[in-house]
Design a binder for this molecule. Sequence first.
Ligand code: NG6
Ligand code: CA
Length: 508
Amino acid sequence: MKKWNYLLVGVGFLQSCYIQKGKKQESVQKPNFLIIYTDDVGYGDLSSFGGKIPTPHLDFLANNGVKHLRAYATAATSTPSRFSLLTGEYAWRKKGRGVVAGDAKALIPAGRQTVASVMKKAGYRTAIVGKWHLGLGGGDGPEWNANISNSPMDIGFDYNFIMPSTSDRVPIVLMEGRRIVNLDPNDPIQVSYKQKIGDWPTGRENPEMLRLKPSHGHDMTIVNGISRIGYQYGGKSALFRDEDLADQFVEKSIQFIQKNKEESFFLMLNTNDIHVPRMPHERFQGKSGYGLRGDAILSLDESVGRLTQFLKDENLLGNTIIIFSSDNGPVLDDGYQDQAKELLGEHNPWQGLRGGKYSSYEAGTRVPMFIYWQNHIQPKVSYNLISQVDLLANLAAFTHQNFDENQSPDTQNQWEAWLGNNSTGRDYVVQEALRLNMSLTDGRYKYIEATERPAKVAWETGIETGLSKDEQLYDLKLDPQEKNNIALENPALVAKFKQILAEEKGVK
Ligand code: NG6
Ligand code: CA
C-alpha cells in the first residue's frame, strides 16, 4: 500500500485517517473514494428514504453512514448537474451546458481542473465508469472512429469506461480510454441529430419493430428494439444491449479497483438504471411489482451490493469512503410507454416533495445522498444544507491539495457538513431548472425567480415545473410541499434572496 509520510500530512487529515501502529515511523493510508452518482433517482426512491421498493444494499450503507435529507444537485437535469459536480463551477455560468445531444463537443475541455485532476494530483488512481453526458471531442464533436479527444482522460481520469451520452441518445455504444468498444473499422459509426443517415429502421417508420414504444420523441434509430433520439448508422458490432449495462459497469469498476487496490483509488460509478429507456437485465424484469422503473431500482441496488461485497472481500471496505447521490429528481413518463405511472402503486419517488425532474420545486434537485465510511462515521441523519458543487473543494481539502479558484469558483469546503459533523452546511444553495429557471434556498425558505418562459415541459411528464410569471417564496419548514406562496407578504425576504441570486449571477 502506498503510504503518506506522517510529517507531510496535515492534522485534520490525520485525525480522520487510520494510523498504522507498530511501525517505526507512523504513516497513514489514504482512504479510497467510491462516488456512486445515479441518474433520475428521486428523494424517496430508496427504501431507507421512505421508498416501497426494497433496496437493502443501499440501505445498509445509508443507515450506517450519514444520511442526508437536505442535499441538492445543482440542476434538475443531468448535464448541468454532472458539469458542476466535476468542475466546481455552476453550469449556468455559460450558455450551452444544458442537456447535450449525443454528438456534442466536450463541455469540459482538455486540461481543465476537475475533481478527478485534483485527486490525481493527490496521488490517487482515478476512474469514471458509466454515464458521461458531457460531450466529447473538439469543435466538430467526438471522433467516433478514431482516438477521441477531449475525453475523461484529458481532464484527470486515468481510466474511463463510459456511455458517451444517455442510453436514449445515439450512438448506442460504449467507450474505453479513447476508443469505442468493439468497433469494427470496416463498419464506421455515423451519427446525425439532423436527418436520417443510412437505412437502419426508425421508430417512426417501423413501429412494429419496437418492444418499448415512445410516448414522446424517441422515434428515431431503433437499436435493441428501442427507438432513440438521433440517427445512427454503422458501428453494429459496438452496439450495447441495454439489459447488460449495469453488469458491465459493475464489472469494469471491479476490474479497475482490483488493478489499483495497492494504491489509493478514486472511482466514480455513474449508473444509468432509472433513466429512460428503462430496460434492466432480464433477471430483474417483473420482479419489483412496480414495473420497469421499480425493476431498475432493484438492479441499482444489486450493483451497489456487488461492489460493496467485493470491497469487503478484498478488505477494502474499511478504507473506502462511499458517497452516493443522484443527478436530478424523479420522473415517471420521460418519453417511453413503460407504465411507470400506472404501476407506481404506493411508491412515492418524491417522498411528498413538489415537482420532479426539470422542476424548480424541491423534487427537481433535492436528491437522496449518503456517505458511508466504516468506523469513521456514526450512523446519523443530517439536515445540513449540502450542494454537490462542493465535492471538489471538499476532496481538495481532505487531500491537502490547492486548487485554482478561478476555474472552480463555486465550490466550498463543506466536508465537515458532508460528514454530518457540527456544521449546518452552506448558507444557501442555488439550483437551475428547466429553461435555466433559478431558485435559491437557505434551508428554511425557498425562492424561485419569476420568468416569462413557458412553464410546461414539451412532453407529457405531468411534472409541475414551478416556472411562473410571479416570484415565489415558500417556508420549507412550515410548508415543505411548497403549496403556499408567501412572496407577496414577505417583500423584505424576497428582496434579500433576489439580491443573493443577483450577486451569484454576477461575475465572480
Ligand atoms: C429530454 C428527453 C428525456 C431525457 C432528458 C434528459 C424527450 C421527449 N425527452 O429531452 O427522455 O433524455 O431529455 O435527461 O426526448 S437527463 O437525465 O439526461 O437530463
Ligand atoms: Ca438525470
